[in-house]
Design a protein around this ligand. Structure first.
Ligand SMILES: Cc1cc2nc3c(=O)[nH]c(=O)nc-3n(C[C@H](O)[C@H](O)[C@H](O)COP(=O)(O)OP(=O)(O)OC[C@H]3O[C@@H](n4cnc5c(N)ncnc54)[C@H](O)[C@@H]3O)c2cc1C
Length: 427
């Protein structure tokens, strides 16, 4: 490392060396794939590895979710959902005006043409997304953190004709899926309650018993291969003669390139780079049940809109979309509400409401109004790459994102067409 001192900040030059700003699942995987290309990698994250949204998600590699969140099918349900302050989708009073531009764009993406376009892009990104994790996990000696037992979408009161409609929609979307009746369902998951009548079974889907451990295992693998973590907040990114300057409060570091993977915090990082990003955060919650560990695969409720994933430390209940901005205080009543839902879905639930604060968690999903992430090179800067906006599916897409970014950086042809994921769509 070659150091130069300036008046205000110290400049550190790094050779054949990429910076990754943001060390969530997306940044960590990008670091690993850049190492495969022969780059040295330095992660910048003031929170350390995986303490943002990647920390407490539902651990579901949800490759069946090939339909954009901006789905016209949810429109009739929205007014009822919004009237319930602890419902699955909540708009915090007072946040309406701030959320309005994003919501307008979101609804506009429900039109037939953008919906089809976004659906096809999601199909291409979801295809084989789990497979991209296998070599990374194998190298990290962490293959046991990925379990492929499929997942269930369960129904209590929905008429069979509507469930068959959902089934056909998934089949038409190229998703492997089976309709199960109560008897078949009980064979797969005997501890589901009698209220559950049908389920869609997605056999190809996987889950992890601990998303945080998975991130740490991958991060440790990168660190063992000579990566560095700088636990500082990045305050600015700029170009400098074929190089990129990464500024923190104390230093200005120089690299050959940077991948920006700052999740929910990306808008403010991109603004000084003159890149517009219509990002909104969809706040989600989890509730950890340590004494109830009966399920063997993720079970999502179609009606209650939350998911239960069996993990090594218990059963994780996760869900809720709360629009309240990046800074609002957590409202853990949303997490408590999921506990109530779990009583309805699990027979003989023995779970007591937890007194332990750490059993509740809130994370910020980084969402763009067309439900697609940005996977691109900045059109305005040399050597600045963008991997952000992974909404509800960042765990699912982490490894595939990283491979695509590595292909982009090394100017190889990419495994899928990256045009739908360009930043230019917002400029
Ligand atoms: C309740 C819930 C359940 C979910 N369940 C699933 C699921 O089952 N499957 C799935 O695929 N996805 C799921 N998700 C979504 C998934 O967790 C996210 O899409 C994913 O974690 C995003 O990863 P990321 O690396 O982009 O962002 P993050 O993990 O948030 O990482 C971004 C990092 O950037 C850092 N950072 C930001 N600004 C700066 C700066 N200026 N300088 C330095 N560092 C900075 C932050 O500290 C943070 O660590 C869920 C989300 C929630 C909330």
């Amino acid at each position: 490392m070659n150091k130069q001192t300036t008046n205000k900040t110290e400049t550190v030059n790094h050779n054949k060396h990429f910076a990754i700003v943001g060390a969530g699942i997306v940044g960590i995987c990008c670091g690993l794939e850049l190492q495969e290309l022969g780059y040295r990698v330095t992660f910048f994250d003031d929170q350390g590895f995986a303490n943002g949204c990647s920390h407490g998600n539902a651990g579901h590699f949800a490759t069946e979710q090939v339909f954009p969140l901006a789905d016209p099918a949810i429109l009739p349900q929205i007014p009822k959902m919004l009237l319930d302050p602890l419902g699955p989708i909540v708009l915090k009073p007072g946040y309406m005006l701030k959320a309005l531009p994003w919501l307008t764009k979101f609804i506009s993406n429900m039109r037939s043409k953008p919906f089809q376009h976004n659906h096809q892009a999601l199909q291409s990104l979801n295809k084989d997304a789990i497979e991209y994790y296998r070599p990374l996990l194998a190298k990290a000696n962490a293959s046991h953190l990925l379990t492929t037992r499929g997942s269930l979408l369960v129904y209590e009161n929905t008429p069979l004709s509507m469930i068959e409609k959902d089934l056909n929609k998934y089949l038409a979307g190229g998703v492997q899926v089976e309709l199960l009746d109560k008897k078949q369902l009980v064979e797969l998951e005997p501890t589901l309650s009698d209220r559950v009548n049908y389920a869609l079974f997605f056999p190809d889907v996987a889950h992890t018993c601990d998303p945080y451990e998975l991130c740490l295992a991958l991060a440790n693998s990168a660190m063992a291969n000579n990566a560095t973590l700088i636990k500082e907040k990045v305050t600015g990114i700029s170009e400098a003669k074929q190089k990129v300057n990464i500024k923190t409060a104390q230093f200005c570091h120089q690299f050959d390139g940077v991948v920006i993977a700052t999740g929910a915090w990306s808008k403010s990082i991109l603004k000084p780079l003159n890149l517009k990003l219509p990002m909104e955060v969809e706040r989600g919650y989890h509730y950890m049940l340590s004494n109830n560990h009966s399920l063997t695969r993720p079970v999502a409720s179609a009606e209650r809109k939350f998911i239960m994933t069996p993990m090594s430390k218990g059963l994780r209940l996760a869900g809720t979309v709360e629009f309240a901005g990046i800074k609002a205080k957590e409202n853990y009543k949303h997490a408590d509400k999921m506990l109530q839902h779990s009583y309805a879905l699990l027979s003989k639930s023995t779970a007591e409401p937890s007194k332990n604060k750490e059993d509740r968690w809130m994370g910020l999903r980084p969402s763009l109004p067309d439900s697609l992430p940005v996977l691109d090179k900045s059109p305005l800067h040399e050597n600045v790459y963008l991997a952000l906006g992974h909404q509800h599916l960042g765990l699912t897409w982490g490894a595939k994102t990283a491979k695509l970014m590595a292909q982009l950086i090394s100017e190889q042809s990419t495994s899928i067409d990256l045009k739908p994921f360009s930043i230019s769509r917002f400029q």
